[in-house]
Design a protein around this ligand. Structure first.
Ligand SMILES: Nc1ncnc2c1ncn2[C@@H]1O[C@H](COP(=O)(O)OP(=O)(O)O)[C@@H](O)[C@H]1O
Ligand SMILES: [Mg+2]
Length: 275
């Protein structure tokens, strides 16, 4: 009896499918301004990527292409297997329900309670506006309370949102975004209005939530050190171009200096730069 040697089953896991992919995206605003200039970049589930760059480098423009608020002049954007630039109407709204957004200024409704603000995040799947907390279905209120618990603010549920600190308000905004059960979370300068300690806390929370929910988090930041500490990956932008794309694991001082100079545009701005 002979045995036939079979090839062992392949053990290599396939490359992870990108949740968000920009392929040669250019956005020409006219007058010689390229918001994005031939940008190709992928973003993966369960990771947090920091977009770093000076003001005007294209960070917000990139984020706005992901949820279809901007349309590219050239190139394509694929989000959760959809070609965003071709989506209209109901299909665009459906995609936006899967893409949560948080903002620099939190955008909470100040006089409303914290819990009610979080409940509004579930509105995408509910019909019609709600005029008070009791008009939300009980399961929505229960879920909202769970989200608040996750961000450490369940004890503030019935407090007016505008009485919270900035860091707490951003945590509420994160809880609200989670109500739509997003697969992608965009955060445009989420900690730019916060003190350094609150900024670190909010970024750490975003990182945990991205890992727990297999969420693709893309956040613009301007603090290089915070990006190195918290993000899995850094994408550096300058004048609409990607000038840096690297993992943050094992970044040493020389590498950090290289990141600083790449995104600031000041060559050799810090000691130890590589170019
Ligand atoms: N709607 C617009 N019309 C014209 N120019 C714009 C528009 N939006 C952004 N820009 C320009 O595109 C460039 C990138 O802007 P932006 O993405 O807001 O940068 P960042 O978020 O990194 O500060 C800037 O030069 C900005 O002035
Ligand atoms: Mg911006």
């Amino acid at each position: 009896m002979s045995t036939i040697a079979l090839d062992p089953a392949p053990t290599v896991t396939p490359a992870r499918h990108a949740a968000v992919r920009l392929d040669r995206v250019t956005r020409d605003f006219g007058g010689g301004i390229l918001g994005l200039d031939d940008v190709s970049v992928d973003f993966h589930a369960g990771t947090i990527t920091a977009l770093l760059g000076l003001s005007g480098s294209g960070k917000s423009t990139l984020l706005r292409h992901v949820n279809g608020l901007e349309r590219p002049t050239r190139g394509s954007i694929t989000v959760l297997d959809e070609d965003v630039a071709t989506l209209r109407g109901g299909r665009l709204r459906a995609l936006r329900r899967e893409v949560g957004v948080i903002f620099q200024h939190f955008n909470l409704i100040g006089p409303m309670s914290v819990l009610e603000n979080v409940c509004t995040g579930g509105l995408g799947s509910l019909r019609g506006p709600r005029l008070s907390l009791m008009m939300y279905p009980k399961d929505v209120r229960r879920e909202a309370l769970g989200r608040l618990e996750r961000v450490g603010l369940a004890d503030r549920a019935f407090q007016r949102a505008d009485t919270l600190s900035g860091g707490q308000q951003q945590r509420v905004a994160i809880a609200r975004a989670l109500m739509q059960r997003p697969k992608v979370l965009l955060a445009d300068e989420p900690v730019a209005s916060l003190d350094p300690v609150s900024a670190q806390d909010v970024m750490a929370l975003l990182r945990e939530i991205s890992a727990e929910n297999d969420l693709t988090v893309i956040t613009s930041l301007h603090q290089v050190q915070l990006a190195i500490d918290v993000a899995d990956r850094i994408v550096g932008l300058r004048s609409g171009q990607v000038v840096l794309d690297e993992s943050t694991s094992g970044v040493d001082a020389a590498e950090a200096a290289h990141i600083y100079s790449s995104v600031s545009g000041v060559e050799g701005a810090a000691a130890g730069t590589r170019r």
